[in-house]
Design a protein around this ligand. Sequence first.
Ligand code: GLN
Length: 491
Amino acid sequence: MLDREVTIKEFHKRLINKDFSAREATDFFLEKIREKDVEIKAFLEVWEKEAREEAEEADLKIKKGEKIGYLTGVPIAIKDIILKKGKEFTAGSKILKGYRAEYDSTVVSKLEKEGAVFLGRTNMDEFAFGSTTEQSAWQVTKNPIDLERVPGGTSGGSAAAVSGGMAMAALGTDTGGSVRQPASFCGTVGLRPTYGAVSRFGVVAAASSFDQVGPITKTVEDAAILFKAIAGKDKLDSTTVFQDFSEEIINPDFKKIEKLTIGIPKELFDEEKGIFMGLDKRTAMEMKKAIEKLESLGIKIKKISLPNSEYALSCYYISIFAEESSNLARFDGLRYGAEKIREKNFRKETLKEIYLNNKSEGFGDEVKRRIILGTFVLSSGFYDAYYGKAQRVRKMIKDDFEKAFYEVDVILMPTAPTEAFKIGEKINDPLQMYYGDIFTVAAPLAGLPAISIPTEGLKIKKTGLPVGFQLIGKKFKEEDILGIGQFYENI
Ligand code: GLN
């Protein structure tokens, strides 16, 4: 009834035609979750009862002849870091176990107004630190396309839910790649909006000057629909500054899109071989094919320079360690859930002992590593050498993009250097894990929007895993990257 090929527009059309009711559609997805998620483990919690009620509300609206939008009755999943009132949220961490959201995040209330159906919350790396979803305190999510491989991270549960046909679409968060990289690994689309395009209110903060909520979907068009619904100014998040994303985001004018120019950073490109550097063979070939396909559509491709690219990864990690360690200070195990830990440690002698025990038990290894490193780079003796310097480099990287965007409209690069790797392969080597983010960290450092698009579109090849290419756009020019993406996917 609602297999992988059905897009949100198609769903909407069929719903209006009464091919199925929203309730039937929701039941369909709940059944799929029951059937497949025992193995894939994308969901941490499924909200069956509420989802059915929300679907029935959508059906009632249709019955009454009320005007409905594209998202009415559409079953979606949200990452375990995006609050929905009354529901438990853990951000993938033991320290938040038992914490219930006391209010809706802005993105959730916006989708509620659109009449979307919330299927449940999805697995993630603890506090959105990681790249595989293996660092969740709760479970390891598998890549639905190859069950021995990781789905990517940190929004791996969301990507697996969509890729596995267990949700029409999902929301993730992207600090340095957590929407785009799992999208690439699972054969879905992932959009990281411009910093300030989408409200972060009610989303647990990882690194505040980087975090954005973004859609993970089957098609670029679906991503556009979801993005338009969640974007906009919000008085509860003062970094949201932009209101009017045009209708063209959803229905692009391809005559205009055709005239855009795409830049390829020469620092990342091997001119002689005609491929991006440092990629596995399949990713390199897929990038080549994607570029050729874009050229065949009449889009101009041009070499540009991002001279400070080589510093992006270190600049990113120093900056986020600092922000993450500061944000995590509030989780002391005395507030926000953590009942079990609190009960056990409450009889300890001193406050210091209670803190020490709560944090030792409540946080996983990667979180501890980042708290220690972040505290170090912010400490008075080393602030200038690390955090201060990283901020100056961040400015240089921003300037590089600004200059490049005088010459081109959009910049293309791979999303990840490899296809999805095996579960367990990188878990004991944090540096290897960080290296995998080499292409996704630049856009968030510069606050720019970026999208990962599967080179093969919706199809899943029997041979080989999916691979995504990435388009980075100018600030608040989501319409360019979404436009080219839809142009690409239409053929
Ligand atoms: N893998 C990156 C990190 O560990 C990105 C995570 C994210 O975007 N939340 O920081």
